[in-house]
Design a protein around this ligand. Structure first.
Ligand SMILES: NC(=O)C[C@H](N)C(=O)O
Length: 485
């Protein structure tokens, strides 16, 4: 089998069995990226030399007797994780010239585990979007249909994995940015509990919502990666000091007795009926594995988009104020004075969607409107969290579609930001409540992948991976590859 078709788990076994070296594997995948990246635009930067160096180091560590499962494992990083000596653009002209002076904790942890990073993946500008269309570097394309979006904002990571350029990648999820592109590209993606994975060196978008996590083809690979990414970090004040579970061991637990809740609000108007049917078929499959299913209610779901699109822009307007043309990033030519420098650097450096959110967020936080918008949104957030806490009194996990629709045509929603915001309806509540969520492949609609989402109580990532893994033992949606890749 060509190496690019292997999952991370298969690669790990093959490297341990010395079927190939990390360096040989890396060379093959770099050639694969050279061939497939022009069609998909999944990578913003390919770090060939550094990857080969890391691969040789992994081979040397193995020769010296080390046996780690990720020793020599190829990955890619979403381009908002700081990578020392490598451009970290956040998909923005603003950071097109920014070479990070240090590694994000996630990057460091995966490198220490022996991972080989092949490069930095495309994304919506500053992670604002659900299509990857707002990237300064052009949209990434969905390998299942190159005329469609791969989802966003971690669209480049999703496209790179679906196109078999790399078996796994990091993503970040503020309102669905791991789970939605995973769903639209036929992948498995996990947003951990808020605080589970360090955000040090992860460029901030909306700090009370952002969380990094793994994207891969199956739950096994996500478990492998999450085990290396998760853990307390004193450099991130939102990091939670709680032991990391053995996610690989959790995979094997039988599902007998698992109680699944299906929120009735998930199956109303706006849901593509084919995705509704795929979700029901997934439920039936899990019932066969011993789960029981119950209808539940999340009554405040209807307010989630409105609340999110106040809170996220509000936090973004604050976080992005640091990009002022003074310390780093884009600076306009020949500024007349300091005000002119700020104004023109920001006007030139940010794209339309980022500007829209800075303006919305600044408005929502302004003195006269703070109570009416920001405080109200925070109150709704509490109601949404309470809905979940009540649901988890009755069931172990909440399940539903990841997205209301499959991937749409590139630019189809270009002039209608709200239409794109509505695509986040099922994913943003996990961020508002801080809960872990996973999307797994569950079928197709007209040849485009469809995902099902599982949500669990805080720090039960192992449970989510367990359910997805058991489901993936009896289904093969996750094994399908897009035609031509
Ligand atoms: N960053 C995310 O999680 C994506 C979400 N659609 C947003 O634009 O905020």
């Amino acid at each position: 089998m060509p190496v690019h078709t292997l999952t991370l788990g298969q690669i790990s076994t093959a490297l341990a069995n010395k079927e190939f070296s990390a360096e040989e594997l890396t060379r093959d995948l770099l050639a694969r990226i050279e061939q497939e990246n022009p069609r998909t635009n999944a990578f913003i930067t390919v770090t060939a030399e550094q990857a080969l160096e890391q691969a040789r180091a992994a081979d040397a560590r193995r020769a010296a007797g080390e046996t780690g499962a990720l020793l020599g494992a190829p990955i890619a990083h979403k381009d908002l994780f700081c990578t020392q000596g490598v451009r970290t653009s956040c998909g923005s002209k603003m950071l097109d010239n920014f070479i990070a002076p240090y590694n994000a904790t996630v990057v460091e942890k995966l490198a220490n585990a022996g991972c080989v990073s092949l490069g930095k993946t495309n994304m919506d500008e500053f992670a604002m979007g659900s299509s990857n269309a707002s990237s300064y570097y052009g949209a990434a394309k969905n390998p299942w249909n190159l005329d469609c979006i791969p989802g966003g904002s971690s669209g480049g990571s999703a496209a790179a994995i679906a196109a078999r350029m790399v078996p796994a990648a990091t993503g970040t999820d503020t309102g669905g940015s791991i789970r939605q592109p995973a769903a639209l590209c036929g992948l498995t993606g996990l947003k951990p509990t808020y605080g589970r994975v360090s955000r040090w060196g992860m460029v901030a978008y909306a700090s009370s919502l952002d969380q990094g996590g793994p994207m891969a083809r199956d739950a096994y690979d996500c478990a492998l990666l999450l085990g290396a990414m998760a853990g307390f970090d004193s450099k991130d004040s939102t990091s939670v000091d709680q032991p990391v579970d053995d996610y690989l061991a959790a995979l094997e637990q039988p599902l007998k007795g698992l109680k699944i809740g299906l929120p009735k609000e998930y199956f109303g108007a706006g849901l593509d009926s084919r995705i509704g049917a795929a979700t029901q078929a997934t439920v039936a499959e899990l019932e066969k594995l011993g789960a029981t299913v119950k209808e539940i209610s999340l009554p405040n779901l209807q307010h989630a988009i409105a609340a999110y699109y106040v809170i996220a822009p509000a936090e973004a307007s604050s976080n992005l104020s640091r990009f002022d043309g003074v310390r780093f990033g884009h600076r306009c030519d020949d500024p007349a004075d300091l005000t002119d420098l700020y104004k023109r650097s920001r006007a030139e450096g940010f794209g339309a969607e980022v500007k829209r959110r800075i303006m919305v967020g600044t408005y929502a936080l302004s003195a006269g409107y703070y109570d009416a918008y920001y405080i109200k949104a925070q109150q709704i957030r509490r109601l949404i969290k309470n809905d979940f806490l009540a649901a988890f009194q009755e069931v172990d996990v909440v399940m539903g579609p990841t997205t209301p629709n499959p991937a749409w045509a590139l630019c189809a929603k270009g002039n209608d930001p709200v239409a794109e915001y509505l695509e986040d309806i099922y994913t943003i509540t996990a961020n508002l409540a801080g809960l872990p969520g996973l999307s797994m492949p569950a079928g197709f609609a007209d040849g485009l992948p469809v995902g099902v989402q599982l949500l669990a109580p805080y720090f039960q990532e192992g449970r989510l991976l367990n359910i997805a893994h058991q489901y993936q033992q009896v289904t093969d949606w996750h094994r399908q590859a897009p035609t031509g890749f």
